[in-house]
Design a protein around this ligand. Sequence first.
Ligand code: SF4
Length: 474
Amino acid sequence: MINVSTAVPNDNLIVERQSSILVKGRQRKNQLKCDAESIAGCVSQRACVYCGARVVLNPVTDAIHLVHGPIGCASYTWDIRGSLSSGSELYRNSFSTDLKENDVIFGGEKKLARAIDELVEKYKAELVFVYSTCVVGVIGDDLEAVCKAAAQKHGIQVIPVQSSGFIGNKSAGYRAACDALLRLIEPPGGPRPLNNGRLVKSVNYLGDFNLAGEAWIIKDYLKRIGVEVNVVFTGDSNYRDLKKAPEASLNIMQCAGSMAYLARRMEVLYGIPSMRISFLGLEDTAASLRRIAAFFDDPEMMRRAEELIEQETAAVRPEIERYREKLSGKKAAIYVGGGFKAISLIKQFREIGIDVVMVGTQTGREEEYQTLHDISDDGTVILDDANPSELERFMIEQGAHLLVGGVKERPLAYKLGVAFIDHNHDRKHPLSGYVGAVNFAREVYSTVCSPVWKYARDVGGGLYAAGNKALPER
Ligand code: SF4
């Protein structure tokens, strides 16, 4: 463990957590501990294994998503998430075997088999995902055997998702989902490169969940420069399209935290290389389009990419500049799922004149934290797998005007009297590409400059007052 006594003030910090927090400029970047299990009792903001798997698979629109577990786990459905579909709406349902005490004692396999029979009969789907949950991990139901028997009985694919608790954290859920997808796309007779080595101008788009139609925006950009999107993993995807995944020439990857494993496996199995891209913010969107065009080494594609970048940037720049004038000098705190998104967000905040004073993730990896450290200003607090009291403390100490995070972070910000932006799967408007960059700037402006914070200050300044610190000026 490192000595943080001269770096992060350690009063009120749980001792075991100190090595997961550093301050840029006071410690070396490789001193941050990450990619490790949460410490018991620390009330981590991380989501569970099942949640990680469900995030990745939920947007497969024509699948039956059956949660084998108590009813509470199944609350995680389309209707609290923003993934859109151009076809089937079956994914909007979340089915559950609703395990009860008797099932825990006597086992839930028969109940699971009956549930699959009933759902397949009613919905005629070609694909069923069966998610394991904590309770199933405890009682030891054999999901593999039940799914195999159901697949043979109905002549469809019934894929177990091994996402029971206790096997790890949200990252283990990502991997479980990717394993399920690999079973789905593997052709009969074993894997082989289906594009026969030809360089078709076609990509798979990994790690976009079509929140508020974001995948459609990016598909349109790629089409305009001459690249077809073969299939999106998994936004607005379906059984038939996912099967065709090995036909693409390149995997481009937005959410690397959830998809890096799948990309690596597809390179081994099908010879498809992968490239990390980001369509968050003007800088990263332009850089990503250029990198994709460069991969195909096609002068006409490069020309069209430059033309698109110039047109789209010119269309949104004046509005973004207007917001930049209003927001210049404000301070933001970031706490999101993956490291790659956090990196893009720091750049995107700079585009609108905002300094990032705290940045953390649920599942960031060492190389992502190194980049976060490199691009952060001195004094920025960088932390992995935080808990609510740490987030509140560092937002107060750093004087943040805004927190960007997900559904679990929203109440923390509001209780402090701090503006909040949802950058997770629950949001309902696109934040990707050029249109997304404007939406982001507009949303930041609307929340940071809202008059409501004046009234929060008038009634006591939220928890900022409890922390004996004045609310930051607006
Ligand atoms: S019971 Fe387990 S699987 Fe279900 S939501 Fe809670 S942590 Fe996740």
